[in-house]
Design a protein around this ligand. Structure first.
Ligand SMILES: Cc1ncc(COP(=O)(O)O)c(C=O)c1O
Length: 371
């Protein structure tokens, strides 16, 4: 017998479900997963090699369970760039911000509890909720993809969720959420429960506006999650982190696996943080390319959602999956996130973006000729 998943005694809520995964196809231009297109600079590669070699000598020992040196360096980075003083006691790190989110849901969600997100948004929030046994509530967004505040406040009052997710800049739409909206959602969540509010700032370094870290002041139920996968160009490293009241850091330590962050991960992240200034220069370039994509797509007549991220949502297409396929036929992989009539493209190198713009220009011409 060769059993499939459904022949195994898996949890009922996992039956018939598919794992997360953007299709990875071997094409010349891949602009589908919001990665940073620039490889790490050579001096940083050297520094990582040096630090990993040093750490390798101690691999017979478990790593620092509390990653104190790394959390101290992350706190310094946040304090320097986020407009708010953050100490080591405010910071927690894990294997990607997905693991940070998982730990938050393990600590504050779980069976009998619920979490809400305003969709379309980052689909892993709902998937991690499912994986941790947390009920998921799909909250509303307006026609223009902004959070419809009265409708969101109503949903919070009605469902009284234990965790509220706010993604800013939002993925896949690209738009940022104003601080006043987050404050209003926080107040609504406190009045309803009180619940935890997780602000997912995975793309914040690409924003025209500022981080919401200063909102942590006086809001012990607020958490800001971050990642080194985007601005630091280190998606392969798997390093995410959060900033919050020290009590939140104590709470996630109740659910984290012992020694969850390997010594290799810790030293590699430390090496990358030593090169913050160089890496943030690439962010500036990418912001320029993102703005160019917005301008050129609009000039071609596409509808483009305002973007504060390293990607752009554009449309409208009568059949977005057919449009995705036509762009792919021209060697460019973008993302169909299932948002009706829309596709998402990550900002790549100037040459990759040119290839993408050529492909969508062809598509437009083709559509105009046939329509
Ligand atoms: C909004 C958002 N949050 C979190 C993540 C996860 O990032 P990480 O690589 O840190 O797990 C992503 C990745 O695409 C994302 O889009």
């Amino acid at each position: 017998m060769n059993p499939g998943i459904d022949d195994l005694p898996v949890r009922d809520e996992l039956r018939g479900k598919s794992p997360y995964g953007a299709p990875q196809l071997d094409v010349p231009v891949r602009l589908n997963t919001n990665e940073n297109p620039y490889p790490l600079p050579e001096p940083l590669v050297e520094r990582i090699t040096e630090r990993v070699r040093e750490a390798a000598r101690d691999l017979n020992r478990y790593p620092d369970r509390d990653a104190v040196e790394l959390r101290t360096a992350l706190a310094a980075y946040l304090t320097r760039t986020g407009g708010h003083r953050v100490g080591v006691e405010n910071v927690w790190a894990a294997n990607g911000s997905n693991e940070v989110i998982q730990q938050l849901l393990q600590a504050f969600g779980g069976p009998g509890r619920t979490a809400i997100g305003f969709e379309p948004s980052y689909s892993m929030h709902a998937l991690i909720a499912r994986g941790t046994g947390t009920g998921w509530i799909s909250g509303p967004r307006g026609e223009d993809f902004t959070i419809d505040l009265p409708a969101a406040e109503k949903a919070i009052a009605e469902h009284r969720p234990d965790v509220v997710f706010v993604t800013t800049p939002n993925n896949p739409t690209g738009n940022a959420v104003p601080a006043e909206t987050v404050i209003a959602l926080y107040d609504a969540a406190q009045a309803a429960k009180p619940s935890m509010v997780v602000v997912d700032e995975a793309y914040i370094e690409f924003s025209h506006g500022a981080s919401l870290l200063p909102l942590l002041e006086g809001r012990p139920h607020l958490v800001v999650s971050r990642t080194m996968s985007k601005a630091f160009g280190a998606a392969g490293l798997r390093l995410g982190y959060l900033a919050a009241h020290p009590a939140v850091v104590d709470a996630v330590q109740l659910v984290r696996l012992p020694y969850h962050l390997s010594a290799i991960t810790q030293v590699t992240a430390l090496a990358a943080l030593e090169h913050t200034d160089t890496l943030l220069k690439y962010v500036e370039q990418l912001k320029g390319e993102r703005d160019r994509l917005v301008t050129e797509l609009r000039a071609m007549g596409y509808e483009v959602t305002e973007s504060d991220a390293n990607f752009v949502q554009f449309g409208r297409f009568a059949d977005s999956h057919a449009a995705w396929r036509r762009i792919l036929d021209r060697g460019v992989l973008v993302r169909d996130n299932g948002v009706p009539g829309r596709l998402r493209v990550s900002a790549g190198t100037p040459a990759e973006n040119d290839a993408f713009l050529d492909a969508v220009r062809d598509l437009k011409n083709e559509q105009e000729q046939s329509g």
